[in-house]
Design a protein around this ligand. Structure first.
Ligand SMILES: NC(=O)C1=CN([C@@H]2O[C@H](COP(=O)(O)OP(=O)(O)OC[C@H]3O[C@@H](n4cnc5c(N)ncnc54)[C@H](O)[C@@H]3O)[C@@H](O)[C@H]2O)[C@@H](O)CC1
Ligand SMILES: [K+]
Length: 498
């Protein structure tokens, strides 16, 4: 699914209004009904204090208030800056609400604050949505602070008021919601970790915008969903043999960190690679051969770390380097040798990234379409400190296109930057994956996908998606706390496509 910016979303609304056709007020009603249904399902016994400004987000709030009242649910409506310029659909919805007997509508002007809400009431924030084009100030800002100071649950409609959908919002007054009911599609601002305290849990509500618009619109960002995965996925031929699925080499491990080599080798085997070889320190041979008997093993002349490769690399269709290798100068020298002698894409993680951050000019030696998988700290060590998450993904895109590599910025919504200038946010995975060895599994998996002939961008997107999916399956069995990286390997599954 493409991600759209605020002006594209406005265009999508207008497209739907003309294409369906549907009037703007009826589209608002459809959005309000979707919110009412969600709210009723989640909070069937609560009362609601609904805060509205006078634009279309406020119009949504008024329509939700009316729909809840019609179900005999207690609702209070507060209109903030009632004297401000009202949108047409806000005005229509205000008339409709006033026509309901017993409608409790309170207009708030500068300096008048509402009484504290009933402790069991839920606050609905329908102050401002995607129309925001400047920081919230003045009385509206004071109302935002008033809402944030209450201990009541807050549901934001479309966007938490004050939160920009496309850019960094800074430290101006912004609603801190427990839930955000956003319309039709994720917004960039609802994917950024720095905004997590504002959006809470995000629920995308289908308001029936015309799907045809999405096929015509250009977007820099996309979500990795099953349909995207399916568009890359290569079905296996009945007569295929192991030679069709590449030979992956995993260079990993050091004394005390052989687990990293085991995890990435096993994940590489589960990726579907035809053959997998693990290059490990001499003393690690028994560990690998016992725990991953399906893999072959090359041993380093050094017993405890990786220093030398004495065989030609060109017979390997993909190489993954870094899990648990350490950063000893001999390992660094080997890495430089590989950069200079291997021309196919590499997958680099963990200590390989630490080595790169100590030798930044080597970034320019990376074979085209190599894949690096930094977490935010590793990313800063490689490319400098960023002041916020929006800046970080922009830098990732710039560096991916400058260095002609794929950058996988790991996090809750892992971001994949491609050299073509496109960015993908992953939709699978959970906080249980924040555990040692999880990254090693990802490295092995992506290396194995590359070895099978998937392009670097495809391997990165599929690998990250499958890795998260395995995490979700592991969390369903063990819970987020008890799951460990080895469970990700066990739970790796390719989705079934009809
Ligand atoms: N047909 C449509 O366009 C639909 C729109 N919908 C709702 O409409 C919202 C967008 O509505 P609007 O474009 O009217 O915008 P908003 O309701 O988000 O904001 C209203 C107006 O406030 C002003 N404003 C901007 N920044 C401000 C600030 N910091 N402080 C105070 N005022 C500020 C602007 O003039 C803006 O147009 C969406 O978020 C969604 O909730 C939904 O009803 C679905 C259908
Ligand atoms: K809002």
């Amino acid at each position: 699914m493409k991600l759209l910016n605020a002006s594209q979303i406005r265009e999508w609304d207008q497209y739907t209004i003309q294409d369906e056709p549907i009037s703007s007020i009826d589209l608002m009603e459809r959005a309000a009904r979707a919110c009412r249904d969600w709210i009723r399902r989640q909070f069937p016994t609560h009362s609601f204090d609904i805060f509205c400004c006078t634009g279309n987000n406020g119009g949504d709030g008024l329509a939700i208030a009316r729909l809840l009242m019609l179900m005999r649910i207690p609702v209070k409506v507060f209109i903030v800056n009632a004297a401000g310029k009202a949108s047409r659909d806000f005005t229509t919805n205000l008339e409709r609400l006033k026509a309901i007997p017993g409608a409790n509508i309170i207009e708030l002007t500068s300096g008048t604050f509402p009484p504290p809400p009933d402790p069991s009431a839920i606050i609905i924030d329908a102050l401002l949505g995607t129309g925001i084009n400047r920081p919230i100030e003045g009385f509206t800002g004071e109302i935002v602070s008033f809402i944030n100071a209450q201990s009541n649950k807050v549901i934001a409609i479309d966007m938490p008021s004050g939160l920009q959908s496309d850019t960094y919002s800074g430290t101006t007054p912004i609603i801190q919601a427990n839930h955000t009911l956003t319309f039709q599609i994720f917004k960039l601002g609802l994917l950024m970790p720095c905004n997590a305290g504002h959006f809470g849990q995000v629920h995308v509500l289908d308001i029936g915008l015309a799907p045809a618009y999405l096929t015509t619109v250009e977007s820099k960002y996309e979500l990795t969903e099953k349909t995207l995965f399916a568009s890359f996925y290569k079905t296996r031929e009945n007569y295929a043999h192991k030679g069709n699925f590449g030979h992956a080499l995993i260079i990993a491990g050091s004394y005390g960190k052989m687990g990293a080599a085991v995890l990435s080798t096993k994940a590489c085997l589960r990726s579907g690679a035809g053959l997998v070889t693990a290059h490990v320190p001499g003393k690690g041979v028994n560990i690998i051969q016992t725990s991953a008997p399906e893999a072959m093993c090359q041993t380093d002349p050094d017993g405890e770390m990786i220093t030398t490769i004495q065989y030609p690399l060109k017979s390997y269709s993909a190489i993954g380097i870094g899990p648990g290798t350490g950063t000893h100068p001999s390992t660094q020298k080997l890495l430089q040798h590989i950069f200079n002698s291997y021309s196919q894409p590499l997958v680099l993680d963990a200590d390989a990234l630490n080595i790169l951050s100590e030798n930044k000019p080597w970034l320019n030696l990376l074979p085209e379409n190599s894949i690096i998988t930094p977490h935010p700290k590793e990313f800063s060590r490689l490319f400098g400190e960023q002041s916020n998450d929006f800046e970080r993904i922009e830098t990732a895109l710039e560096q991916a296109s400058h260095l002609k590599i794929i950058i996988i910025l790991k996090g809750h919504r892992t971001f994949i930057a491609t050299p073509a200038g496109k960015g993908y946010f992953n939709t699978t995975g959970n906080a249980g994956m924040a555990t040692g060895g999880s990254g090693d599994v990802l490295t092995g998996l992506i290396t194995g996908l590359l070895a099978q002939g998937y392009t670097a961008a495809e391997a990165a997107i599929m690998g990250v998606y499958l890795h998260g999916l395995a995490g979700d399956k592991a969390a369903a069995v063990y819970g987020m706390e008890a799951m460990i990286a080895g469970d990700l390997v066990k739970k790796l599954r390719f989705p079934a496509f009809e």
